[in-house]
Design a protein around this ligand. Structure first.
Ligand code: C5P
Length: 329
C-alpha cells in the first residue's frame, strides 16, 4: 500500500519565511499567550529541510546562520519530527539537514518554518500521509507560527496566531528586509509590550478594514499605509537603533515600513524591483542595517521539492502505522 513511500531515501521540503503585515495584540491570556489578529504573508526567503532514515535522531544546520541554531534535542525541527513519529507510531529515526537562508531570531518565523518542513518531509518519508487538519494540529502544538509556515500565501491568523483563514488578496509585493546583527527574543518582546501597556485597557484585537481593503485592491501604496504592528513599540524600546533603520527606509523611497513580528527585522514595502535595489543600497550605505535581503510575496507554503527513492537501506521505515496513521478524525 505504501511501498512507494517506504522506499524513499530522502525527502526535502522547502519552507518560506513570513512577515506580519498587521499584528494586533490583545490582552495577556491566563496561558501566557496573547490573543492576536494578524495578517501573515509568506515571502521568498526559504529554508530547505531534508530528512533521511538514520540509525539515530540527529540534525545538521548549514548556511551563514548555522552557528546561531541549536543542533540538539531542543531544535524545533527535531521536536517536530519526533512529535509526528510519536503520534503516528513510527519507530524510525531520521537525520535532518537544514539549509538555512531565513535569518535566526529575526521575527521571520525561521524556526517555525523548519518545524513545518520537518513535519511535511517526515510525513512523506514515512508514508504517513496525514490529512491537512492533522498536520495543522501538530504544527499548532509546536508553535504559534508553524501552521502558517505550512499554509503560506497571505492569511489572517487569530487565536494565538495559529487559527488561519486564507486572505483573497491581489498583487505581488516587493519587500526589502533590513536585518539586524542582534536577535530579539519573542517572549521578551511580548513581555515588554505588556509592560508598556500597564494600566491601560487592552481591547480584543481585530483586523483593520484598511488592511483588508488594501489587500483586495492589490495596490502597494495602500498596503504601505496599512502596515501596522502592536509589537513595534516594544521592539523599539528593546532595540532603539531600529528607529534609525525605519527612518532611513522611509526617507529612501519605501511605501511603508514595519518591524516584522517581534523583530528585529524591519520590512520595507517598495513599488518594484528597481526601487528595491535602490533601497537596499541606501540602507547598506547609510550603515543603518548590517545586512539587507530582498524578497517578493506572497509565495506558497511548505512543499516538497525532492523525494529521492532508492533501495531500502538498513534503516528501513519499519513499524509505522501506514498511510492512514494520522488521517482519521
Ligand atoms: O508559539 P511560540 O512558541 O512561537 O511563542 C513564543 C512566545 O511568544 C510565547 O511563549 C509567548 O511568550 C509569546 N507569544 C504570545 N502570544 C502569542 C504568540 C506568542 O505571548 N499569540
Amino acid at each position: 500500500m505504501s511501498s512507494a513511500a517506504t522506499s524513499l531515501r530522502s525527502v526535502t521540503a522547502r519552507v518560506p519565511a513570513k512577515i506580519n503585515l498587521e499584528l494586533m495584540v490583545g490582552p495577556l491570556r491566563p496561558d501566557g499567550f496573547h490573543h492576536l489578529a494578524t495578517v501573515f504573508q509568506a515571502v521568498g526567503l526559504h529554508d530547505d529541510v531534508t530528512v533521511e532514515p538514520a540509525p539515530d535522531w540527529g540534525i545538521t544546520i548549514n548556511g551563514p546562520y548555522a552557528d546561531l541554531v541549536p543542533a540538539d534535542d531542543t531544535n524545533l525541527a527535531l521536536r517536530a519530527a519526533r512529535l509526528l513519529a510519536a503520534e503516528a507510531g513510527i519507530d524510525s529515526p531520521v537525520q535532518i539537514t537544514i539549509d538555512k537562508d531565513i535569518p535566526v531570531a529575526a521575527g521571520m518565523a525561521g524556526g517555525s518554518a523548519d518545524a513545518a518542513g520537518a513535519l511535511l518531509a517526515c510525513d512523506a518519508l514515512w508514508g504517513v500521509w496525514s490529512s491537512k487538519a492533522a498536520l495543522n494540529d501538530l504544527a499548532a502544538r509546536l508553535g504559534s507560527d508553524v501552521p502558517f509556515a505550512l499554509l503560506g500565501g497571505t492569511a489572517m491568523g487569530s487565536g494565538r496566531g495559529d487559527q488561519l483563514a486564507p486572505v483573497l488578496g491581489r498583487g505581488r509585493y516587493t519587500w526589502v528586509l533590513a536585518l539586524s546583527d542582534v536577535g530579539l527574543s519573542t517572549p521578551q518582546v511580548y513581555a515588554e509590550c505588556d509592560r508598556l501597556r500597564t494600566g491601560r485597557r487592552v481591547p480584543e484585537p481585530t483586523a483593520s478594514a484598511a488592511m483588508m481593503t488594501a489587500l483586495r485592491s492589490g495596490n502597494p501604496e495602500s498596503l504601505g499605509r496599512a502596515l501596522r504592528n502592536d509589537l513595534q513599540p516594544a521592539a523599539l524600546s528593546l532595540q532603539p537603533r531600529l528607529e534609525e533603520v525605519l527612518r532611513t527606509g522611509l526617507d529612501n523611497g519605501a511605501l511603508g515600513g514595519i518591524i516584522s513580528g517581534s523583530g528585529p527585522t524591519v520590512a520595507f514595502l517598495v513599488s518594484d524591483t528597481e526601487r528595491s535595489l535602490d533601497l537596499a543600497v541606501a540602507l547598506t550605505a547609510s550603515g543603518a542595517a548590517p545586512s539587507v535581503k530582498r524578497a517578493v510575496g506572497p509565495v506558497r507554503g511548505a512543499h516538497i521539492v525532492t523525494a529521492a527513492s532508492g533501495p531500502r537501506g538498513s534503516f528501513g521505515t519499519t513499524g509505522h502505522t501506514g498511510p492512514a496513521g494520522l488521517r482519521s478524525s
